[in-house]
Ligand binder design. Sequence first.
Ligand SMILES: [Zn+2]
Length: 342
Amino acid sequence: MALFTVTDFDRQFYKEKLQDFLPEKIIDVHTHVWLKEMKAKKKEAVKRTVSWPSMVAADNSAEDLMETYKLMFPDKKVTPVIFTSAGMNDDMDAMNAYIAESSAKYGMPALLYARPDWSQEELAAKLDAFPWKGIKVYLNLSPIYIPEKEIRIFDFLTPAMLDVVAERKLAVMLHIPRDGRLKDPVNVCQIQEICRRWPDVKLIIAHIGRAYCNCDVGDSIEILKKEERLMWDFAATSNAWVMEQLIRAVGPKRIMFGSDMPILRLRTRRIEENGKYINIVPKGVYGDVSADSHMRESEDEEFTFFMYREIEAFRAAAEATGLSRADIEDVFCNNACRLFDL
Ligand SMILES: [Zn+2]
């Protein structure tokens, strides 16, 4: 049995809107790979993330990820950049070992999931033990005493970590914290500081800085466009307006396609309501969604993958800004090749 069903509606959507737009070769710079048995049984002491992603997939093996691309993009060659997805209590070493093993086995470039409480020597030793392309950091690994709303970038991507990464000229995949998202001034200041103090770090702002809604942008793209080495991925967003602002500000050489698999298997149409994103999903498919205010069920429409919606939105933004064929190939492949030396 296939990993998931592809419906006629999906096939038609792909054929009509995406197939010709997408280049033959694609690099997906943002994917999570893990096995559920590596997850801790013990719950996190504090919950600092949204809950809906866990409704989409219990895990995502490297094989599942490859099958996902075969099902969704049957005529394309997709290479993912892989990293794990770990919480405070998970066995990070086992999860990173699985990523290294999958990377070596299938030729997928990989990022080390890095904890802020490792010593510099520890991080350096891990980075030197495998050809990692960089590190992935996450806000849930910040010291436990910091309330979610107060977490700053330097709490989980510390100056000590940046020194080690800069020395090796590697990448950092950064999902920024804070309720203000991209427009948050603390985020903007710390991103600027990283670009200036550690110019050798290849910093990637994931999810366009979590600017999922128009009101999340503020003037941050205008401010940050001056940081010429800063890269952006548009993983897990289907906001064409925000993508358009980004293309106009930084151009097609600094934007990369990323998905955030496996959660982009979600069937949804995302809307914005009072400055908040809501995933409209088919009724009954994802269990009880009532506790998550970012989820809402609907019975009267057909749904396709969030993955397709994301690319459809980028296509609209690319058309609005007049991107060329070569620009689109840069975004979906060449920029990542250059950044990760592939
Ligand atoms: Zn992610």
